[in-house]
Design a protein around this ligand. Structure first.
Ligand code: 4AD
Ligand code: MG
Length: 441
């Protein structure tokens, strides 16, 4: 017998007509008399193994019936081209060595309730759709790092334990920190601004936390955010960068996640249509569109899910909404008196912010804008928001030592993965979701 090579299913095409050993788990199986079929998954893909009496070891053929779903195995056999299979290859099995015969597996091919699946998340991630969505997530991480590296942005890691809030005090998780109190970070932005003044262009990338009381398909209490921050940049730069960033991610997924998007039955035509430029409308223009669609809002109110969905529908593309009423935005936004006016050094009606709303009901995936860069104005804003100035003195300092216009945004990873994969709920786009009333496993 020729030499046996260790192989993985994803790269099985490199071994035509060769003897290989695959290591994985029994995904499924069936028999019909003298021929038995084993669906083997190894984490990189699924292959069908065929056991033919006489061609496979007698002992393996007889022990086949004991192989339960998710039994861990090493399977040795010959790789054969099989145009009728999705993979294009099959394995003619010679020998199976079982590591551990799995106990009765709770997740079968029948429908299960979400509660049950969430309790068994540690096993659910082995299922095809979950596996596919999490692989797309991994590819999106890669494409993000690739995008920023090519543009000369430095990765800059902010702390997770912080002394202050960034996005309002109502969604803070707190924890004792020796004799003080610390909060889990809501956003790396404030630290990212310090980074931008040290490196020019940076991005932070890590988990962020919000005590969100809302039970929606878009809210997690622990989610990952990537936050670029640029020195010498203004509001339009945020939209330019966001647009290039999103189109880069989509293109990367279309090129590298074919198998996963197929498993997820994602409409790829829809993704292909996501090309620049994205429409850019002001909050005031958005209100007019909403009014026309029967979803009028009083000026100054924030959008809810139905409003975001309607705006997505109106354009069928991601759409930037900019110049929000400043009273609904965080303290750090630069403000302007009028939509056309430049940022001025006193309180204005509008915040120089821009949110990107994804089509098809996935809601806001990017939030960002231009930061207040004037010391006195920022000092006043901190007071107006009832924040303790001493806690923010380091942040104010950035406005004393070479302040410049600067801007950036945050992209939520789970919402982006949900949109790209077409998965309905963000709980399926992170390995172990954390939500209101959900901490296990
Ligand atoms: O709009 P947000 O709150 O913006 C910030 O945190 C800024 N400091 C970012 C910046 O300018 N550097 O959040 C940004 C994005 C949202 O658009 C959304 O995609 C995601 O983070 N996000 C959430 N994702 C899942 N669950 C939640 N509870 C989320 N809250 C925000
Ligand atoms: Mg936001």
């Amino acid at each position: 017998m020729s030499e046996i090579k260790l192989a993985r299913i994803a790269t099985i095409s490199e071994f035509p007509d060769q003897m290989v050993t695959l290591r994985g788990w029994v995904h499924n199986k069936r028999s019909s008399g003298k021929i038995k079929f084993l669906m083997l998954r190894d984490g990189s893909g699924i292959i069908q193994g065929v056991l033919v009496k006489g061609e496979c070891e007698d002992q393996t053929f007889e022990q086949f019936d004991q192989l339960t779903q998710e039994t861990s195995v090493e399977v040795t056999g010959k790789v054969r081209k099989e145009p009728r299979s999705k993979l294009g290859y099959e394995l003619t099995v010679f020998n199976i060595k079982a590591h551990q015969i799995a106990a009765e597996y709770p997740i079968s091919n029948k429908e299960h309730g979400v509660e049950f699946l969430m309790e068994n998340r540690h096993l659910w991630i082995r299922s095809q759709r979950q596996w596919a969505a999490l692989r797309v997530r991994s590819e999106i991480f890669f494409s993000i790092q690739d995008f920023f590296r090519k543009r000369g942005f430095i990765r800059f890691d902010p702390p997770i334990l912080t002394p202050t809030s960034c996005e309002g005090t109502s969604t803070l998780f707190s924890t004792p920190y020796f004799d003080e109190k610390a909060y889990l970070t809501q956003s790396g932005q404030l630290y990212g601004e310090a980074g931008a003044f040290a490196f020019g262009n940076i991005y932070t990338f890590g988990p962020t936390f919000r005590a969100e009381k809302s039970k929606t398909r878009k809210h997690l209490t622990e989610f990952w955010m990537v936050e670029p921050e640029m020195a010498f940049a203004k509001l339009p730069d945020v939209m330019d960068l966001g647009e290039a960033f999103i189109t880069h991610i989509i293109k990367h997924c279309l090129e590298n996640c074919q198998a996963e998007l197929t498993i997820l039955e994602r409409n790829q035509k829809e993704l292909e249509s996501i090309v620049a430029p994205f429409p850019r409308i002001s909050y005031d223009e958005a209100l007019k569109i909403l009014e026309k669609r029967g979803l009028g809002l009083p000026w100054g109110e924030d959008f809810g899910a139905p409003h975001e969905s309607a705006l997505g529908e109106e354009f069928g593309k991601p759409v930037f909404v900019h110049h929000f009423p400043s009273k609904i935005k965080a303290f750090y936004f630069k403000q302007a008196d009028t939509e056309d006016g430049p940022g001025v050094d006193h309180d204005g009606k509008y915040a120089l912010g821009a949110d990107l709303i994804a089509p098809f009901g996935y809601g806001e995936i990017i939030g960002g804008g231009q930061r207040e860069d004037n010391y006195e104005v920022l000092e006043r804003r901190i007071k107006e928001h009832g924040l303790n100035q001493a806690d923010y003195q380091w942040y104010l300092d950035l406005r004393r030592f070479g302040s410049v216009p600067h801007a950036g945004f945050g992209l939520g990873i789970e919402r982006t993965v949900a949109w790209v994969t077409g998965v309905e709920h963000v709980r399926e786009t992170i390995p172990f979701p954390r939500m209101l009333n959900h901490l296990k496993p």
